[in-house]
Design a protein around this ligand. Structure first.
Ligand SMILES: Nc1ncnc2c1ncn2[C@@H]1O[C@H](COP(=O)(O)OP(=O)(O)OP(=O)(O)O)[C@@H](O)[C@H]1O
Length: 745
């Protein structure tokens, strides 16, 4: 095989160069089935020393032994591509299509670090890989962004460690020359050619993580190695970064650089972790062992709450739209057992919004159940993982809301104030990087607010659909009540007529009963007084419905892109990139900040007008929600009253029926007694037949029955007794007026 790979070979096609380092070049090959492999070959074959050869063979051997999802996997070299015996063996690896971490960190949008979710995934993966290597008694010794490659998978990016070329075989004498440009990741003891252990990887790992979080390396990134070593060795154990202040003095800090994309909770955790891992003293680096495991790894488990290889939920973010301060993201670590109510308690503590006043909304507009686990608020993080929003019940958001606007960072403030201010290239890069961050944050806030607005609208629609049900119940109940009232009045008139007929024909008279019937007729007319309230509530509800429907139709209620803000963000990134390109050619090429300031100012103006419109809309949604929440209890109360009146009407109606049955009973019993006294039997029969006619029976039929059957009379009596017994419980009334003694007297 020729020394240079290229073209096609036995069904394999060389696609492109993936990357090259000081030692090797990695090419991508594709076979006829579409399978890819990354093939690494030694670049320095001609000047290969015995040590080089040894290192190369070692890398191949080590790689073949390792099997871990976050360590690049070795593959068999296809025989067609294999080299002859005179050459060094090739190293075939699985191909990771996402490029290396350096490529990601070099993007302008990474100038202030990676997004929180990316940081968490990376830390989890690389920690796992490092722990695995150490468990195999392998020290990587060259951990840096160029040696971490990205493999996009279904739900997230998987980070893998590559290049085990220096594992165990670092030529300490050549450290300074062979590591030019990447010394910043090298543990101090390796740099100083001292004895070392696996904790050298901790230092490099901590440095990579710091850079991923903030976009810059932690310790004097621009200083040449010797000066770097001289200065950084002065750091206190807990310092996690060093920088030059405006006077050129070296300053140390125990906290992360700002701005970055981590929430406050995670920042605090990572600062603590970095204090463990960025120790100058190799022995205390990593904070010793807990249960035979380095504490820096056990602590990472706590930070990320992720069991190895499992994708566990560990953090929820809630966008606080309610406060009168800056638009704020509340972040809380959760386990699978954390209840929503516990999150609400934490919110109360942090925001002082009492639990009862918290209106927490999911993107769907639903409110999470306080007694269920908080994972109901968690969604697989995608582009925009802000799925929970906090509003304050009854609070109407002001249409114009300067309060929510994020301030410029001091560096951006400086260039905006004085766009011609002269800064060093490094200072300028920082200021412009922060301008990019600022523009991206404005866009992010806008996107979050659009989502919160949508959630709020959906919540309004949900509450409204419940409200409409209640209102329909009210109208329904009212209409039913009106027809029942009419029926009641008709049947009352019927009973009064028949009662009068019954009395005029010698039936028993009960004035109390009759008066109560008349009174019930008057009482029932009072029902009409409810009409006014029902109509008012109906009208208010209808007006509110119109408002809600209009709001829902409004263009603001859709999740729309803000093209102008997107344009500002894109432009700021382009300018930053141009600055870096220009800086690479000649740092003095870069002059003033006018172009970047123009973009920032345009971003502020666009954001102001967009948020003004958005908040006007949001404020209308909130006021509709308030109106709903005021009207709803009134309608509920009205429904209760209607139900009560309805019940009352039924019981008066039943009472009257009961009166009639009791009269019938009385008459029948009287009839039985009187039948024993044959003289009075005819008049009793007449009474009974009259009463039966009140109940709708033909008087001829009834008189026949009464006259012909003593048994039937008794049966009727029993039925009446039974009906009365059933009704007795329902109606408690003074029935004394029906007792024979009283009537007789
Ligand atoms: N399996 C892979 N999939 C995708 N890209 C890869 C893969 N392996 C290596 N690369 C790319 O090739 C570059 C060089 O690879 P590698 O670090 O192994 O070479 P090297 O010569 O050993 O580098 P160094 O100078 O660190 O010794 C990497 O930075 C990465 O961009």
């Amino acid at each position: 095989m020729s020394a240079t790979l290229g073209g096609e070979k036995g069904g394999w096609k060389e696609e492109r160069l993936l990357g090259s380092g000081g030692f090797g070049a990695v090419h991508l090959w594709k076979d006829k089935n579409g399978e890819y492999i990354a093939l690494k070959r030694c670049r320095v074959q001609n000047e290969m020393t015995a040590r080089h050869r040894q290192r190369w063979a070692l890398e191949v051997n080590i790689m073949k032994k390792l099997v871990h999802p976050n360590v690049i996997g070795a593959r068999d070299v296809p025989p067609e591509l294999d080299v002859g015996p005179e050459d060094l063996p090739l190293l075939a690896m699985e191909y990771c299509s996402g490029g290396d971490l350096r490529k990601i960190l070099n993007k302008p949008e990474s100038c202030c670090g990676l997004k929180e979710y990316e940081v968490r995934c990376l830390v989890k993966d690389i920690a796992s890989a490092v722990e695995y290597l150490h468990s195999k008694r392998i020290i990587h010794r060259d951990l840096k962004p160029e040696n971490i490659v990205l493999q996009p998978s279904e739900d997230r990016i998987i980070y893998k460690l590559i290049d085990l070329g220096y594992a165990k075989e670092l030529d300490q004498g050549s450290v300074c020359t062979s590591f030019v440009g990447t010394l910043q990741y090298l543990a101090p003891e390796l740099f100083a050619s001292q004895k070392y252990t696996c904790t050298v990887d901790y230092w490099s790992f901590g440095t990579v993580v710091f850079e991923c979080i903030t976009g810059v390396r932690p310790f004097l990134p621009q200083s040449p190695p010797v000066q770097w070593h001289r200065e950084v060795c002065k750091k206190s154990p807990d310092d996690i970064c060093a920088y030059h202040d405006s006077n050129g003095e070296v300053r140390f800090s125990k906290t992360l650089f700002q701005p970055n994309y981590l929430c406050r909770t995670l920042q605090a955790y990572f600062e603590k972790w970095l204090r463990m891992i960025l120790r100058w003293d190799p022995k205390s680096r990593g904070h010793g062992l807990v249960d035979n495991r380095p504490k820096c790894f056990t602590f990472l488990d706590t930070i990320l709450n992720m069991k190895p290889w499992s994708q566990q939920i560990d953090m929820i973010h809630i966008l606080n739209v309610a406060t009168n301060s800056e638009l704020q993201v509340l972040s809380y670590p959760i386990t699978e057992q954390t209840l929503m109510i516990e999150i609400q308690q934490m919110i109360e503590k942090e925001t002082r919004i009492p639990i009862v006043e918290q209106d927490i909304l999911l993107a769907s507009g639903a409110s999470p159940d306080p007694n269920k686990i908080a994972t109901q608020c968690w969604n697989s993080p995608g582009d925009e993982d802000w799925v929970v929003f906090l509003f304050k019940k009854g609070e109407v958001i002001e249409p114009v809301s300067k309060r929510l606007y994020k301030p410029f960072s001091p560096r951006v403030q400086d260039i905006v104030k004085e766009p011609t201010i002269i800064l060093t290239y490094q200072e300028m890069k920082k200021a412009w990087g922060e301008a990019v961050y600022y523009c991206s944050q404005q866009l992010l806030d806008y996107k979050r607010l659009i989502l919160s607005q949508r959630a709020s609208m959906l919540s309004l629609l949900r509450t409204n659909s419940e409200f409409v049900k209640l209102k329909n119940i009210m109208i329904n109940e009212w209409e039913q009540l009106l027809s029942k009232k009419n029926y009641f009045k008709e049947s009352l008139a019927f009973d009064i007529d028949h009662y009068k007929y019954y009395v005029s024909n010698g039936g028993h008279q009960s004035n109390d009963m009759f008066q109560s019937w008349l009174q019930s007729g008057e009482d029932i007319d009072n029902i009409l007084s409810l009409k006014e309230k029902v109509d008012r509530l109906d009208q208010q509800a209808a007006a509110l419905q119109t408002k809600i429907m209009e709001l829902n139709k409004s263009p603001f209620s859709k999740i729309t892109k803000n093209e102008k803000l997107e344009e500002c963000e894109r432009k700021s990134r382009e300018l930053y990139q141009e600055l870096r390109q220009a800086g690479k050619v000649a740092k003095e090429n870069v002059k003033d900040h006018k172009q970047m300031v123009q973009v920032v100012v345009k971003c502020v103006i666009t954001r102001d007008s967009s948020l003004h419109d958005l908040f006007t809309h949001l404020s209308k949604i909130c006021s509709c929600k308030c109106e709903l929440s005021q009207l709803e209890p009134e309608i509920k109360q009205q429904n209760r009253e209607l139900a009560e009146v309805n019940q009352n009407l039924l019981s008066i109606q039943k009472q009257r029926q009961d009166n009639i049955w009791k009269l019938l009973n009385f008459t029948l019993k009287n009839n039985v007694i009187n039948r024993q006294d044959s003289k009075s039997s005819s008049s009793s029969n007449e009474q009974a037949s009259m009463l039966m006619s009140i109940c709708g029976e033909s008087s001829i039929e009834t008189s026949k029955v009464v006259a012909s059957s003593k048994d039937l009379n008794k049966k009727l009596g029993d039925i009446v007794d039974h009906v009365i017994l059933e009704q007795e419980e329902l109606f408690s009334m003074d029935w004394n007026f029906l007792s024979p003694k009283q009537e007789n007297s």
